[in-house]
Design a protein around this ligand. Structure first.
Ligand SMILES: [Cu+2]
Length: 244
């Protein structure tokens, strides 16, 4: 086996293994929860699926070019020399139209998702409320509408009721931070002097990690917190001053 064949076979095995690992991983589930995860993961799957199909197509074409014998007509080509034959126009048009269609579908789905993420007022209900979240080096300050206020440094979780859309107004008291709930697929930048808005609608009770997604200093990696999604009754009891 010459070096070229060995290279082609090794690269093929690596690329196929990575592709199958990625497909396998996708079937294991993406680990999201809540209303945003459905929208986001659908979008991810669309981009990932198209990327995989196009990537495999390009790779198979590349392999075919590498492994088929040239017909001899192009053997004396020099670098910089323009080929006389410019290929088939119909193929070029076909590829252009397919790419244009892909881009149209992707833009449409992407803008719909952005609307969903940004226009919380279209999803909030009478039960909804807004939590003001301020980032500091290296904790989060939470302020509820009824005056309840505490920080993540105390170890207390951010509490929200299940199935209720909750709005976050996020800002920072010092440097740039970013308030992120990875499982709920939201990340709101915390910028001093500016309020950014996000929202979630949790669909399962439980606790989930809160992370800072903006490198904000030497303790950035430990700027973590907890989100606790509670049953509505438990939340109401806690919120009205009882103990849940
Ligand atoms: Cu931070």
């Amino acid at each position: 086996m010459d070096r070229r064949t060995f290279g082609i076979i090794s690269a093929s095995i690596v690329i196929l293994a990575l592709t199958f690992a990625s497909i396998f991983n996708w079937f294991q589930g993406l680990g999201g929860t809540g209303a945003h995860a459905e929208v986001y993961d659908e979008l991810f799957t669309l981009y990932w699926g198209l990327g995989t199909v196009i990537g495999m197509g390009v790779y198979i074409y590349f392999l075919w070019l590498l492994t088929t014998e040239p017909d001899g007509s192009g053997d004396d080509m020099r670098i910089g020399q323009r080929p006389e034959e410019r290929g088939d126009n119909r193929v070029a048009w076909g590829i252009t139209i397919v790419i244009a269609l892909f881009l149209l579908v992707l833009s449409d789905v992407t803008f719909d998702s952005i609307d969903f993420f940004e226009k919380h007022e279209e999803h909030t209900t009478d039960d909804s409320f807004t939590v003001e979240i301020t980032g500091y080096q290296y904790y989060w300050d939470y302020q509820y509408p009824n005056g309840i206020s505490y920080t993540s440094a105390s170890g207390e979780p951010l509490r929200v009721p299940v199935d209720v859309p909750v709005v976050f107004e996020v800002t920072s008291g010092d440097v740039f931070h970013s308030y992120a709930l990875p499982e709920h697929r939201i990340k709101v930048d915390a910028i001093p002097g500016r309020v950014n808005t996000g929202w979630i609608q949790a669909e399962e009770t439980g606790t989930y990690p809160v992370r800072c997604f903006e490198l904000c200093g030497d303790e950035h990696t430990i700027m973590i917190g907890v989100l606790e999604v509670m049953e509505k009754d438990d939340f109401d009891m806690w919120y009205s001053g009882g103990v849940a």
